[in-house]
Design a protein around this ligand. Structure first.
Ligand code: PEP
Ligand code: MN
Length: 321
């Protein structure tokens, strides 16, 4: 916000009055050094423009136009998945076989999940790592979900896969590595489906919101923001779960938000406590990796919940209902 000052304003008094309302400001000066206005810093408290305008010495208050009006317009939207909050989306990192998908779907449904996740097209850091069974796995995923009455969330890795994935998925996932792949966001948005937009591992909140704006501009349904941890400095955990961003998106921007504690922690024993923290920060639910036999998983085994860990997750989610 920008506050312009009356010519006779006592600048210090205006600053003090604004500070009293939780508004932290920086002076905007003319070439001759005279303070003509104040810029309200983004970490200031929410405030009514009318209240600020009525302060002595204030000429006017301007709210800068938002760079992401379509994201702002979806404030208050629910996560477009069946079930009440807190939502649980669960499933394997990668869809490995029809049997594995079915067993994972049974685990997910048993834990109270309403949607099955699983990658058919997998982004892998190494070109030699298993990168998914592709189109065949989409069919296995859908069949497993249908057998347990679950919705499907799965990643679209490239523009060439949008049509195939959109034909089976209820929510299209954009992976962290693709958050700013604008050609993909455009193609995926045009499918008109809801999107789970994972945060880029080094993306600012503003860049994340703007990626959401790209999707909505292209025609996407509701964009759900998914915090999955950002690059930290400490390899003890795989990523650094940014719960400040979760609270900001939920409480300030009122966006639909899911948290992925699995890719944040990178280790099974921390997934449930981080899920609890995510719900406390305001998340609408969590998306976690589960595997019927984590030791045999072809990707992300160390972070996959097994049947026993799922019981603890279910109890945590129940405590928030
Ligand atoms: C995933 O959810 O399968 C995944 C690859 O996660 P991310 O994009 O957050 O790394
Ligand atoms: Mn994974």
């Amino acid at each position: 916000m920008l506050v312009t000052l009356r010519p006779d304003a006592d600048v210090r008094a205006v600053e003090a009055a604004l500070k009293g309302l939780g508004q932290w400001t920086t002076r905007l000066r003319d070439a001759d050094g005279t303070a003509r206005g104040l810029r309200v810093e983004p970490h200031s408290a929410p405030a009514s423009i009318e209240v600020l305008r009525a302060l002595p010495g204030v000429a006017d208050v301007w709210r800068a136009p938002s760079p992401h009006p379509r994201v702002d317009a979806q404030a208050g939207a629910a996560v477009p998945l069946p079930g009440g909050a807190p939502l649980l989306v669960a499933g394997p990192c990668s869809v490995e076989s029809p049997e594995q998908a079915l067993a994972a779907a049974a685990l997910a449904a048993g834990a109270g999940a309403t949607a099955l996740r699983g990658g058919a097209f997998k982004p892998r850091s190494s070109p030699y790592a298993f990168d998914g069974h592709g189109r065949a796995a989409l069919g296995w995923l859908r069949a497993a979900a249908d057998a347990h009455g679950l919705a499907v969330v799965t990643e679209v890795l490239g523009e060439q896969h949008v049509e195939a994935v959109a034909a089976v998925a209820d929510v299209l996932q954009v992976g962290s590595r693709n958050m700013q792949n604008f050609a993909l966001l455009r193609a995926l948005g045009a499918a008109g489906k809801p999107v789970l937009l994972k945060r880029g591992m080094a993306a600012t909140v503003e860049e994340w919101l703007l990626a959401g704006e790209h999707l909505l501009t292209a025609g996407a349904g509701t964009v759900v923001f998914c915090e999955r941890g950002v690059r930290g400095f400490d390899p003890e955990t795989r990523n650094l779960l940014d719960l400040g961003a979760v609270a900001l998106l939920k409480h300030a921007y009122r966006q639909p938000v899911l948290v992925d504690p699995s890719h944040a922690a990178g280790r099974r024993d921390l997934v449930v406590p981080l899920a609890a923290a995510a719900l406390a920060a305001g998340a609408d639910g969590v998306i976690v990796e589960v595997h019927p036999d984590p030791g045999a998983a072809r990707s992300d085994g160390p972070q996959a919940l097994d049947a026993a860990a799922l019981v603890a997750l279910t109890a945590t989610l129940e405590a928030h209902r």
